[in-house]
Design a protein around this ligand. Structure first.
Ligand code: SF4
Ligand code: MG
Length: 331
């Protein structure tokens, strides 16, 4: 999956006037087949909007998307064949299911919409229930008879029913207890391996994202501020916002930190996230950035490519782009 300059605005009313909220602003990302791209950021940073753009639930204002070698027109409604390729799993395992439909009806619904025969639906439902570890006896159960973790397995089964190539998981384990989270994450990893699935895994939970992702993108106020392999990005965050995010994550072993220049969260100037209706000029992070310079309020920083799979959008690194030591990523 490749996104190039994707933008999505909403028209909203703010203080009695009409305003444009730029939820996703010129986002470029790529996800290699069979891998997981994690997207992190605080709530309201545009993660969920981006998720919906990818699967076609929101039409874009601008940008391009290429999937499996083909261009997907993101400003138009998708064809049923295009929709089939990408599925989404939402946060709340309860509200995502129809309380009056049995588990097999819920899982089979997308197949019914695609016009599959009853026999084909039954066979496929039984298969995906096995895949996600749900006992066959649950087929006739209703959502309220299942636990939260089991309901999320139902949602994953429903997403897999159409044999998609890509699954977007939006806070898919956030509503679950820690021990259940681990089970569902392991299930997702197993399914990925078995079916060569590509995941876009969206969460505000940095530990969960680190656990499951090959690559990570950090979003702030609708923009991607840093991208890299999960290992490099967590070991050596470059963008001041990534540093701030990681400095406030409780880790199991804080002494194990190998980061170069950790930013104490107390250094952050202002912890309020500005409104995306009227984002700060220049760098959108400048109102909270401990390193903000004059240029930061005037010029929006373009992404600087630090290595093949590493980029950061911050003026602190603009010189590095021109210099020879751009590969200076600590071992
Ligand atoms: Fe901070 Fe300036 Fe970098 Fe923005 S561009 S993150 S304000 S140093
Ligand atoms: Mg969200």
């Amino acid at each position: 999956l490749e996104l190039l300059g994707v933008s999505k605005q909403f028209h909203v009313r703010s203080g009695g006037r009409r305003a444009r909220l730029s939820a996703v602003e010129s986002v470029s990302l790529s996800v290699r087949q069979g891998t997981t791209l994690g997207i992190v950021g605080e709530s309201g940073c545009g993660k969920s909007t981006l998720a919906r753009v990818i699967v076609g639930l929101h039409l874009t204002d601008d940008g391009q998307m290429i999937f499996d070698g083909k261009q997907v027109l993101t400003h138009r409604r998708r064809s049923p064949a295009e929709l089939k390729q990408m599925q989404m799993v939402f946060q709340d395992p309860s509200s995502a299911l129809n309380p009056r439909a049995t588990i097999s009806e819920s899982i089979g619904f997308p197949l019914q919409v695609q016009g599959e025969s009853k026999a084909a639906i039954d066979e496929r439902v039984a298969k995906v229930m096995r895949d996600v570890g749900l006992p066959a006896a649950y087929a006739s159960h209703y959502p309220h008879q299942l636990s939260g973790g089991q309901r999320q397995r139902v949602n994953i089964a429903r997403a897999l029913a159409l044999q998609p190539k890509l699954v977007v998981l939006d806070e898919a384990v956030s509503a679950l207890d820690k021990s259940i989270q681990a089970q569902v994450l392991n299930l997702l990893t197993d399914l990925q391996e078995e079916y060569g699935l590509t995941y876009v895994f969206i969460s505000h939970d940095l530990n969960v994202v680190r656990y499951i992702s090959d690559d990570v993108a950090v979003m702030y106020l609708g923009q991607v501020v840093e991208r890299g392999s999960a290992k490099e990005l967590y070991d050596n965050p470059k963008h001041p916002y990534t540093q701030l995010l990681l400095s406030s994550v409780p880790t199991l072993n804080p002494a194990d930190s190998t980061r170069d220049e950790p930013v104490d969260s107390a250094d952050a100037k202002d912890t309020e996230i500005p409104s995306p209706i009227d984002p700060p000029s220049g760098c959108r992070f400048r109102t909270r950035c401990p390193f903000a310079m004059d240029i930061c309020s005037q010029v929006a920083p373009a992404p600087v490519q630090l290595s093949a799979d590493r980029s950061v959008a911050c003026h602190l690194y603009s010189d590095a782009a021109a210099g020879a030591d751009v590969q200076a990523v600590p071992a």
